[in-house]
Design a protein around this ligand. Structure first.
Ligand SMILES: [Zn+2]
Length: 299
């Protein structure tokens, strides 16, 4: 059976494999759970298995459907994603027109709606009609990180599959297989927060994250000037600032346990880092926001 190359969420693997085996594919699914844990890979794999024409070994990778799936030419597979910031009603209408046509290669047609939580309310209400009276041969898979943005009426018509965060052991296994790396320290693992995509980022940015660790270690020395002079690493890595601040947060939390004398200082520092994240989100003065944080940390 498939999903062998995917990490974690074994229960979902079993359920989907069973439904393929028993030819019990439902009309609509909602795959949800935090960002970066493989929901889309699962959905793609599932779609390929549904469409595969080989009875006993899905996906066989050899039939017309499998080959066309790999080359992104499978006429029975459709991938819908946001245009700009959202999935709009016109996209859903277009899909509904397409749904009326019978499958070409396979017995089913699969529609993945990626970032389904970005569908406008109008788009969702429009989709509802299809979910209420689906054509026999269609399967719709909604993928969402924030299921709160999906209307209850839409959710109630989907079979919900909750994807759990991966365990630290899963993340280690993944990094070992992909990058031959096993020596991620505990704090960096915490930063990954069970997300594959975040763990890839952490590996790519390890040297910068180590600079952040040096800054947090400096806080013990109480040398104000040394701390303020560390702004370069933030100035040079604007695109990754949220990752850097998240790592600072993890390290500060760790300090509370190892440096009990300064417990209150570190609690305040964590709050400061969190506030800085919020400020950066709304502010257009990046450098000043970073400097303010470092000045306050140095006091
Ligand atoms: Zn096949």
């Amino acid at each position: 059976m498939s999903f062998n190359n995917l990490i974690g969420n074994d229960k979902i693997k079993n359920v989907l494999n069973e439904s393929i085996k028993n030819e019990n594919i439902l009309h609509s699914y909602l795959f949800y759970g935090v960002e970066g844990i493989g929901k889309k890979l699962f959905a793609m794999n599932f779609a390929k298995m549904i469409l595969c024409n080989n009875k006993n070994n899905k996906p066989c990778e050899e039939c017309k459907s499998c080959i066309e799936f790999e080359t992104k030419n499978n006429p029975d597979f459709f991938h819908i994603e946001p245009e700009g910031n959202s999935i709009k009603i016109d996209q859903i209408r277009q899909m509904q027109k397409n749904i009326l046509e019978k499958p070409i290669n396979s017995s089913k047609k699969v529609y993945i709606i990626d970032n389904a939580d970005s569908m406008t309310k109008e788009a969702q209400n429009c989709l509802l009609k299809t979910l209420e009276e689906p054509q026999k041969f269609i399967v719709i898979i909604l993928i969402a990180s924030n299921e709160n943005n999906i209307l209850a009426t839409v959710k109630s018509r989907c079979t919900k599959m909750y994807f759990q965060k991966l365990t630290d052991a899963d993340i280690k296994k993944f990094l070992n297989e992909k990058f031959s790396t096993t020596n991620l320290d505990e704090n960096m693992l915490k930063l990954c927060n069970g997300s594959i995509s975040k763990s890839i980022k952490v590996i790519e940015k390890t040297s910068i994250l180590n600079q952040i660790k040096s800054i947090v270690d400096l806080l013990d020395s109480n040398n104000e000037l040394d701390i303020i002079n560390q702004n370069e690493v933030f100035y040079n890595n604007k695109d990754d600032v949220y990752l850097l601040l998240d790592y600072m947060y993890v390290l500060l939390f760790e300090k509370i346990n190892t440096n009990k004398l300064n417990k209150n200082y570190y609690i305040n520092a964590m709050e400061l880092v969190q506030n800085t994240k919020n400020k950066l989100f709304n502010s257009n003065n990046y450098d000043m926001t970073i400097d303010n944080m470092l000045i306050k940390l140095g006091k």
